[in-house]
Write a protein that binds this ligand. Structure first.
Ligand code: RUQ
Ligand code: CUA
Length: 770
């Protein structure tokens, strides 16, 4: 019994013991010893204490960062700055099976452009869904600058559900930004191009090239963008940049920056001065002010024509209907950020040292009085800067973006050239504090800083260069996100976090308790369409169906399942030339029991989380033997979670005879295995005794574990019956093998039971009377 207990425990513990000695040595050191050895100051310790998160601890905020050129989204915790997940969005991501299973391939295929697969994206601006101007924790949107696309990520499971391609644009930058109730997601062009797909010479730039602003309609019930009810407003060929949606008094309006309103076209090789020279001549560019509420009313009144599947409002119509205005803004501006109360819009001028505060009230007064300084070349009325400006504040050289604090009138502006962050008061127009950044800060993010009720607390600087901040890893450097404490009057730098995955332009951060992600899927779930999969399979219902069309082309559908620690089926037989479609359902209910599925030479790699059904389809075009296995270390017998795809040559005749087993078993073997099982059961019973003698029902985590363990014991019982059946027939080969399977289920149950026991011990569970 002792020996068995040891054996079970050893098996369950696997590797990873032996830390005891080292940790007790550390415990003997004093804090001063460590500070001395590592050269740390009191200030360092304070910063460490503000970010350090003890084992098992959770973060207060979650950050969703663009993954830049990786086309992914990076999720990390604040203040620990621990990376939690990369979400595959525009780029395949094998760990999640994204771009490898049929279901997610279909999502990526929505992003095809001009008939081509685009397997990368230049992700820039993540935006969280809002209700009444506050983050609601339901969806995340992100844009792709290189290929004008927007993706929808459902925060119920952190998976990408939809990609939409802008039918008019050839490039974009300013997206995604959401309106206060996620009515629309804003996406503006960057580099002007013709709205048609044909060739138009650059000589016709002013007449035929166009910018634009799309208000993508979001269907909250379906959780998807609705192209048919989306609205694009045609804009002049200025390089539109970032946007922001109005709120409170400015609800219904949108603001979009631009640069290169000179409409300059470079051409170094033609002897022309380059873009950068011609695009920075004028002292001011234009802020575009758009009225999306009114645009929506026009659509409802049937006044807007459809083009390429959505509503398109021409510049002419936009001017006539008074939904589009321009206001001069500092040359080559970047961020345009509406204040939490919706009364002000702060614009930072990249080539200027000022931040410019516009008053929405003044803008409205000018519009109402039809007080304009003139029109641009496309007939759009221009509001005089003086008539719209509240104040103009010197914040540093090269201001880019703004983020709001919980404190009234306080805003933080990233200062690119000076490598600083400036904290200032935009109501009174005075600078409050500055901090150095390493180096050349781009965006910055405060906690829920884009909403009607920013939380303040932390600020993260997203830096364009890291230079000497980390151990060198070759010419391509990691990115550097710097965490800053903004809870006091003075900003305090807490932490440098390297990001090794593309240039993360923008981050948005939400209070973690607003997110309610699922632990498992409903059984047989297709997570990409959010419906039960037509390929779902229940335990015991696994099957293979082969059908051939009249040309003799055959398709084999395998309805399979995965559960600790086997894949059903374990042997798949097909004929050379067959199309093979493997559909796997994870039968697990337990938390974190994901199984993988990888196969030799077919580029097949699936991630099957509890409840999920995924498929992979390929042509078995070469006869041969193709092992497959589970890629997640899911259990002690994970390595045995394996199988073979046998692709038989056409016309193959099976040889006579059964599979030769390497081992022959006797009654003695059977009895030995049964004894092991009986002893194991005693261990399980003692664990069960411990659990049930405590108030485990007060711990939902433990209740879930107990359910899982009970299920495993049910399977053990099934195997036990089979084993005993064969033993009764004196078939000791099969009885011993099934007794082994019975033991496997016991081991899994014991594993879960011990986890539950440990949990109860760590959480000081109380003894209860039975
Ligand atoms: S912007 S360059 Cu968000 Cu500063 Cu993309
Ligand atoms: Cu399932 Cu390893």
């Amino acid at each position: 019994m002792k020996k068995i207990k040891k054996r079970v425990l050893a098996l369950l513990m696997g590797v990873g013991l032996g830390l005891g000695a080292a940790s007790s040595a550390v415990a003997q050191q004093s804090l001063e010893d460590v500070m001395k050895a590592r050269g740390l100051t009191q200030k360092d310790l304070l910063a460490a204490a503000k970010t350090y998160t003890p084992t098992g601890g959770r973060d207060e905020y979650l950050a969703f960062s663009s993954g830049g050129q990786s086309g992914h989204v990076i999720v990390y915790g604040i203040p620990s700055m621990r990376i939690l997940k990369y979400i595959g969005v525009f780029t395949p991501e094998p760990w999640q099976g994204y771009g490898y299973d049929d279901e997610s391939k279909a999502v990526l295929a929505q992003g095809r452009i001009l008939g081509k697969d685009i397997t990368f994206g230049d992700t820039h601006h993540p935006a969280l869904s809002e209700t009444n101007g506050d983050f609601d924790g339901k969806y995340l949107f992100i844009n792709d600058k290189a290929n004008p696309r927007v993706a929808v990520i459902d925060l119920h499971d952190f998976e990408t559900k939809q990609i939409v391609v802008n039918p008019f644009f050839r490039s974009e930058h300013g997206g995604a930004f959401v309106t206060p109730n996620t009515e629309y997601i804003m996406e503006a062009t960057q580099y002007a191009a013709p709205y048609t797909e044909d060739f138009v010479p650059l000589e016709e730039f002013n007449e035929k090239y166009r910018g634009g602003l799309t208000y993508w309609k979001f269907d909250k019930k379906k959780g998807r963008i609705d192209l048919a009810n989306s609205i694009t407003i045609e804009l002049p060929p200025y390089s539109q940049d970032l946007s922001d949606a109005g709120k409170g008094p400015s609800m219904g309006w949108g603001f979009t920056n631009s640069f290169c309103t000179e409409r300059y076209v470079g051409g170094i090789e033609r002897g022309r001065p380059p873009f950068e020279a011609g695009c920075s001549q004028k002292d001011t560019d234009f802020m575009h002010v758009t009225n999306w509420k009114k645009a929506e009313e026009l659509v409802k009144a049937g006044k807007v024509k459809k083009s390429k599947g959505m509503y398109l409002i021409s510049i002419e119509q936009a001017v006539k209907e008074e939904i589009l205005f321009l206001i001069p803004e500092p040359k080559s501006p970047h961020g345009v950020d509406v204040s939490p109360d919706g009364k002000f819009i702060i614009v930072a001028g990249k080539l200027d040292s000022h931040a410019w505060v516009y008053s929405f009230d003044k803008i409205q007064k000018a519009i109402a009085a039809k007080k304009f300084e003139g029109k641009d070349a496309y007939g759009i009325p221009i509001i005089k800067m003086k008539d719209a400006l509240h104040s103009q504040v010197q914040v540093g050289l090269g201001p880019l973006h703004n983020q709001y604090d919980a404190k009234q009138c306080v805003v933080y502006t990233s200062i690119y050239v000076d490598s600083k962050i400036t904290k200032w008061n935009y109501c009174e127009g005075k600078v409050l504090d500055q901090i150095n950044i390493h180096y050349n800060v781009g965006h910055l993010v405060s906690m829920e800083g884009e909403t009607v009720s920013p939380d303040g607390k932390y600020l993260i600087a997203l830096n364009k260069l890291s230079i000497d901040r980390f151990n060198p890893v070759g010419p391509l450097h990691p990115q550097n996100h710097q965490l800053i404490d903004i809870s006091g009057d003075k900003m305090q730098l807490l932490y440098d976090m390297p990001i090794p995955l593309g240039e993360p332009h923008y981050v948005t951060a939400i209070k973690a308790d607003k997110l309610k992600p699922a632990i498992r899927y409903k059984s047989g779930w297709d997570s990409r369409t959010d419906k039960r999969s037509q390929w779902r399979t229940r335990a015991g219902r696994e099957k293979t169906e082969r059908s051939c069309d009249t040309d003799g082309k055959c398709t084999v559908h395998i309805y399979g399942t995965v559960i600790r620690s086997h894949i059903t089926p374990e042997i798949i037989e097909v004929t050379e030339g067959d199309t093979v479609s493997i559909h796997l359902t994870n039968l697990e209910r337990a938390q974190d029991e994901t199984h993988g599925f990888a196969m030799y030479s077919q580029s097949v790699n699936l991630s099957i989380e509890p409840g999920k059904t995924v498929s992979t389809t390929f042509v078995a075009d070469k006869a041969g033997v193709y092992p497959y296995y589970c890629t997640e270390f899911c259990s002690a017998l994970h390595l045995e979670m394996q199988g073979y795809l046998l692709v038989k040559p056409k016309g193959y005749k099976a040889k006579a005879g059964a599979i030769q087993e390497g081992q022959q078993y006797t009654k003695a073997d059977y009895d030995k295995q049964v004894k092991t099982n009986v002893d194991t059961q005693a261990v399980i019973n003692s664990v069960v005794g411990f659990i049930t003698s405590h108030n485990y029902k007060d711990f939902p985590e433990v209740v879930a574990l107990v359910e899982d363990a009970t299920e495993q014991l049910g399977f053990a019982d099934g195997a036990k019956k089979k084993s005993e059946g064969y033993a009764a027939k004196k078939d000791y080969q099969n009885s011993t093998l099934w007794a082994g399977q019975w033991w496997q289920y016991q081991v899994k149950a014991a594993d879960i039971g011990l986890r539950a026991k440990t949990y109860l011990e760590e959480h000081d569970a109380k003894k209860v009377a039975k």
